[in-house]
Design a protein around this ligand. Structure first.
Ligand SMILES: [Zn+2]
Length: 490
């Protein structure tokens, strides 16, 4: 039996998003039921087989007869650069728990890979270094989101890094399980050899769903390598574009007992991605053109046409309140449409005060982005409700929404799902909660880049990706980087 410590510190930082991310953003979380957890609260993750890393790790480790020692775990919604104060306070909590509960045979950390802190472009490496000061050479394994901007230094400091391999991320739980298997191995064997390759390209996320090509062709290469006796674990990291740092972008790596096997696997993954570079060109539609096409296409099908508002995705640091597509829908008198999630706590409060059935005039959304303006219009309050309920989509297994006051506001045929906590429209439950059956709509507008696909692609006739301005810039060629390393193709 081994003794494994479990901690976590996750943030996906959009350095172009307005504002900084502070300590309370990690403790007073809205959107879901994450936030700062300690001790027994971390063990709670295993209960509902939640689709989070510690859930899979703890269940797998305990099933193998190991003892799990919970430390500190926290995650904030994606947003602007993390302050030094927040980073240091959370690290101090994590390191104090680590020092107080040792010794350990291994340590598991649940990380993201795309955090940026005021003083650290690569804070995951700094997390690893600080943890190493306590645990020295003890095996240290971390789970990563597949959107990490990972560096050679990060691979060097950890004994093992294991990334998700689905986008939408339906395998976060399984990633935790893989980490448990790896840590178990490392306790009994010499350190694994590593091979890391940073790629000279950038990948637009709307092109990189693992439910569509070219990823459907790329990921079997990874699975094939792991079936190979020599390769223990391999990862493809897409990178996270809205991050003005030198090491932004995709990478691949592999672990094996033999250095030659690790190198061969990393080279094969690098080639698999570069072979598809030409297919990764974007096809974005301006809001009015996207709505025009959606109206036309929806006339010939029973299933809704989805407009993906990819650049206002709160899951990438978007404000989730831009109204460009809403304006185009109203301008063109769109047929039955639902749009979500619109983050506007003030509008939700007005709707709750007015009550269901009331007619209200509002300035809706448009408040988060400098220079943007709200949508001014008359709405019917169709539904008001609380935002605490269990989600049902494949990405959100076991996760409870925490969205404060919610409302469905209707103008013409357009229903807007208004929330008081920022989160991504990746689950049909958000719509059903306010009385909208998404399968009955002609058009669905989703503020999400790709995660919506897990629950919505099966009910949609077609998906159009929209180029409405937001805190995210989808086309890598248009992102105003100042710190990116030389030699990267955009
Ligand atoms: Zn991700």
């Amino acid at each position: 039996m081994s003794r494994f410590a479990v901690g976590g510190f996750l943030h996906e930082t959009n350095t172009f998003a307005p504002g900084k991310t502070g300590f309370t953003d990690f403790t007073l979380v809205t959107g879901d039921d994450s936030g700062l957890k300690t001790g027994a609260e971390i063990l709670e993750f295993r209960k509902r087989e939640m689709n989070v890393g510690p859930s899979g790790f703890i269940r797998k480790a305990e099933a193998s007869g190991h003892e799990v020692v919970p430390l500190v775990w926290t995650s904030a919604q994606p947003s602007g650069t993390v302050t030094d104060e927040a980073f240091n306070r959370i690290m101090d909590l994590l390191l104090a728990a680590l020092a107080a509960n040792g010794p350990y045979d291994g340590v598991f950390l649940d990380l993201h890979g795309a955090m940026v802190v005021e003083s650290y472009e690569d804070p995951e490496t700094e997390i690893g270094r600080r943890v190493r000061q306590v645990i020295r050479d003890t095996p240290l394994v971390a789970a990563l989101d597949l959107h990490g901007n990972i560096t050679q230094e990060c691979v060097d400091v950890f004994s093992g890094l294991v990334g998700y391999r689905t986008y939408p991320h339906v395998d976060i739980y399984e990633t935790g399980e893989r980490c448990a298997v790896m840590l178990d191995y490392l306790v009994q064997h010499p350190p694994l050899k590593k091979a890391f390759r940073k790629l000279p390209i950038l990948l637009a996320p709307s092109m990189m769903s693992t439910m569509t090509e070219p990823c459907l062709s790329i990921y079997p290469v990874l699975e094939g390598l792991e079936k190979d006796a020599g390769v223990f674990s391999a990862t493809i990291m897409h990178g996270f574009l809205p991050s003005d740092i030198a090491q932004v972008g995709p990478s691949v790596w592999a672990y094996a007992a033999d250095q030659q096997d690790a190198d061969r696997a990393a080279d094969a993954l690098e080639k698999a991605l570069l072979d598809h570079e030409a297919e990764l060109k974007l096809n974005l539609l301006q809001p009015d053109e996207a709505v025009r096409q959606a109206i036309q296409k929806s006339a010939h099908t029973e299933k809704p046409v989805i407009l993906a508002d990819v650049q206002d995705n709160p899951g990438g640091g978007g404000t989730s309140d831009t109204v460009w597509i809403l304006e185009a829908l109203v301008r063109q008198n769109a047929p039955d449409t639902a749009l979500g999630l619109m983050y506007d706590p003030a509008a939700a409060a007005v709707a709750h005060a007015a009550g269901e059935g009331a007619q209200i005039t509002l300035d809706l959304g448009g408040k988060g982005m400098p220079g943007h303006k709200p949508f001014h219009g008359a709405f019917t309050v169709e539904k008001v409700t609380s935002g605490n309920f269990e989600l049902t989509g494949p990405m959100n297994r076991g996760i409870v929404a925490n969205l404060g006051k919610m409302a469905q506001l209707r103008t013409g045929n357009v229903r807007v799902v208004v929330v008081s906590g920022r989160t991504q429209a990746n689950d049909q439950a958000y719509f059903r909660r306010v009385g909208v059956d998404p399968t009955k709509m002609k058009i669905l507008v989703l503020k999400s880049t790709n995660h919506y696909r897990a629950d919505f692609q099966p009910i949609a006739s077609e998906i159009l990706v929209v180029d409405a301005p937001g805190a995210i810039i989808e086309d890598p060629a248009k992102i105003p980087y100042t710190r990116i390393r030389s030699g990267v193709r955009k």
